[in-house]
Design a protein around this ligand. Structure first.
Ligand SMILES: Nc1ncnc2c1ncn2[C@@H]1O[C@H](COP(=O)(O)OP(=O)(O)OP(=O)(O)O)[C@@H](O)[C@H]1O
Ligand SMILES: [Mg+2]
Length: 167
């Protein structure tokens, strides 16, 4: 019999969502990573999982602050979307409407940076990749960049469903 080569598609249901938008200023980086950590804490993540997510979000947000709006510092917004699914997966999107990235694969290469003179080490994407289960980077020059990260955490999110409509 011929074996099916089709990959099994994971079916999961979204149980909660948070949307954030704020100016791309370094003063907001801490608030961004703390807000994401607070939102996903309902899943009761381990300290290590929480630290991984905070690091990954911090790198993505810092990139928006440092690179996306480099031609118009202090202008432009960052948009964060966090979704929690019933299989304990958390999907985080960090988006900007900045300059975009010409070659995403090159940008993702460890130690690659367009700012070698500054304090940059070119490890941001490598950190995002290693601290999450899946990283996708979509970018269009002149339009902006979207970084999608996915991580499955340890505990039942049924509590979220149970508290719906209750305080
Ligand atoms: N949101 C973005 N908009 C425009 N360019 C970006 C964005 N994010 C990353 N880049 C480009 O991709 C390169 C690699 O990003 P990465 O985060 O890996 O390293 P880095 O920011 O240069 O250094 P580090 O994160 O270690 O401080 C950056 O130098 C920059 O040119
Ligand atoms: Mg970076």
């Amino acid at each position: 019999m011929k074996e099916s080569t089709k990959a099994k598609k994971t079916i999961r249901t979204q149980v909660n969502e948070m949307r954030l938008a704020f100016p791309a200023r370094s003063v907001n980086e801490r608030a961004a990573r703390s807000a994401v950590a607070a939102f996903i804490s309902v899943l009761d993540p381990t300290l290590s999982e929480l630290s991984d997510v905070k690091c990954a979000v911090s790198e993505a947000v810092t990139n928006c602050i440092v690179h996306a709006y480099r031609d118009t510092p202090g202008k432009g917004d960052i948009y964060i979307n966090v979704r929690i699914f019933d299989d304990h997966t958390v999907k985080i999107t960090v988006r900007d409407k900045g300059c975009g990235i010409e070659n995403v694969e090159e940008a993702k290469t460890p130690l690659y940076t367009t700012d070698p003179e500054g304090e940059r080490s070119g490890m941001g994407f490598a950190v995002m990749e290693s601290f999450t289960d899946k990283l996708t980077v979509l970018s269009k020059v002149g339009k902006g960049t979207t970084v999608k990260m996915e991580k499955r955490l340890g505990v039942e999110p049924d509590e979220i469903k149970k508290t719906d409509g209750k305080s």
